[in-house]
Design a protein around this ligand. Structure first.
Ligand code: SAM
Length: 424
């Protein structure tokens, strides 16, 4: 937060300099309009250790609204942070000759809420400076201009639902942390990702026709544990679009997507959570057409060493991209076991790995107990050749691309693996 206060002070100083002599911002002065723009842009702030929505992403989210932002719009950002989404939204609004008249109008149309007063102050400062950079004359003191942004304030958005309900445009980049307390919904219980909770709670109060653009963690789009959340939110969103964006930014190792659409409470639409790239070409063959896909059944810390003795594999015993016929470990097990030949894929992998699905071909006659960090692919025709074909296929660049857009969280799922397009 220290770097944050400094950033706010910097923004204040720029305002004072600007007001003193706006001609000093011409090309021959030290501070030009483009330098101020750079300062408004949040990269500078992120270098101080605080990260928020990048300006490019904010711009993309604002440009994704189904309905253009015009002079009658009310754009609400319920978790506005340092204000990137509202600054991007202000760029859609007209500028008048004076900052006071511009900000009076913007103040009616831009609504932002955040728990932290220093973030709220930052949002307002950035919007004031944005009006000056766009050509409005600083005709009032800083505090008078800040006061015109009457709808940007400190608070808990979940206590401000009546304000949020008035939105014509909801721009949302909620916190992605898990809830501190146990939450109970029809779609999940326990400590749930706040992004799922905030999107759900806020979308309930929005009126029909409100345009939503939300930057959300990819796990909500692709994770199997959020399937019920997806079913809960999708009926009330029409004309929806999903755009897979990849990593949040260089410093933040979270994958995100933008969800946009129009609220329609009586609707029963579906959202295409999987984009064209994630699904592969419709009608084409998939891996599941040739293989049975299942997760290994052994949970080592939970399962008793009881039952028959089997060969036992886990990720550490398997050569990556290789074959194994003499399995060095055995264990007793009561659950499901697998008959070789089959291909075992490590479940844990991330979008930055060279290969998402790293296989080992398992051979031999003995039945095998498989640890649950592995996915087992057994050829439906029992053929070793089919397994070897699969190993080749997994090296293909398109498989990585498919898995990266299909599932960005770190655990590969049976459904993601089953849907890999089979292109030979
Ligand atoms: C991912 S950041 C938003 C980034 C923002 N779009 C920006 O441009 O800086 C999430 C923000 O939500 C705020 N927040 C978390 N819980 C909140 C709540 N209940 N009400 C309002 N704001 C909240 C945090 O303080 C944080 O600034």
């Amino acid at each position: 937060m220290e770097g944050f206060a400094e950033y706010n002070t910097k923004l204040e100083q720029v305002f004072y300099l600007w007001k003193k002599d706006s001609s000093s911002f011409s090309n021959h002065s030290n501070i030009t309009a483009s330098k101020v723009r750079e300062l408004i842009d949040i990269t500078t702030l992120r270098e101080s250790g605080v990260f928020f929505t990048s300006d490019a992403l904010a711009e993309k989210a604002i440009n994704s609204f189904n309905v253009p932002i015009d002079d009658t719009a009310l754009v609400v950002d319920p978790t506005c942070g340092s204000g990137s989404l509202l600054v991007a939204a202000s760029r859609k609004l007209s500028v008048m000759p004076l900052a006071s008249e511009t900000l009076r109008q913007w103040g009616k149309q831009l609504c932002g809420i955040d728990l932290f007063p220093e973030f709220v102050y930052c949002t307002k400062l950035r919007i004031v400076l944005e009006s000056l950079v766009r050509g409005a004359k600083a005709d009032k003191s800083l505090s008078e201009l800040l006061d015109l942004l009457i709808n940007i304030h400190t608070g808990d958005c979940l206590d401000n639902l009546s304000v949020i309900a008035k939105a014509t445009h909801l721009a949302l980049n909620p916190p992605y942390s898990n809830s501190k307390t146990t939450a109970r919904y029809s779609w999940a219980n326990g400590k749930i990702n706040n992004a799922a909770i905030y999107y759900y709670e806020l979308s309930l109060v929005l009126k029909d026709g409100c345009s939503i653009s939300a930057i959300l963690p990819d796990v909500l789009r692709s994770g199997s544990r959020f399937a019920a959340w997806r079913s809960a939110v999708e009926p009330a969103l029409t004309n929806s679009n999903v755009s897979v964006e990849g990593r949040f930014d260089k410093q933040t190792d979270i994958d995100i997507f933008i969800l946009n659409g129009l609220v329609n409470k009586k609707g029963f639409d579906k959202v295409e959570w999987q984009t064209a790239e994630t699904l592969g070409k419709a009608g084409s063959l998939k891996l599941r057409d040739f293989f049975e896909v299942a997760v290994g059944a052994v949970v080592p810390y939970r399962d008793p060493h009881e039952g028959k003795l089997y060969a036992y594999i886990h990720p550490k015993t398997l050569p990556r991209w290789g074959e194994i016929s003499k399995i060095p470990e055995s264990r007793n097990f009561l659950g499901r076991v697998f008959q070789p030949p089959f291909v075992a894929i490590r479940r844990t992998s991330g979008p930055r790995d060279k290969h998402r699905a790293v296989p080992t071909l398992v051979l031999g006659k003995r039945l095998v107990a498989v640890e649950n960090h592995l996915i087992v692919l057994t050829p439906k025709n029992g053929s070793l050749d089919k397994c070897r074909e699969l190993l080749k296929l997994l090296e293909e660049k398109y498989v990585n691309e498919f898995l990266n857009s299909r599932i960005r969280c770190r655990h590969l799922t049976v459904s993601a693996i089953s849907e890999i397009p089979w292109r030979f």
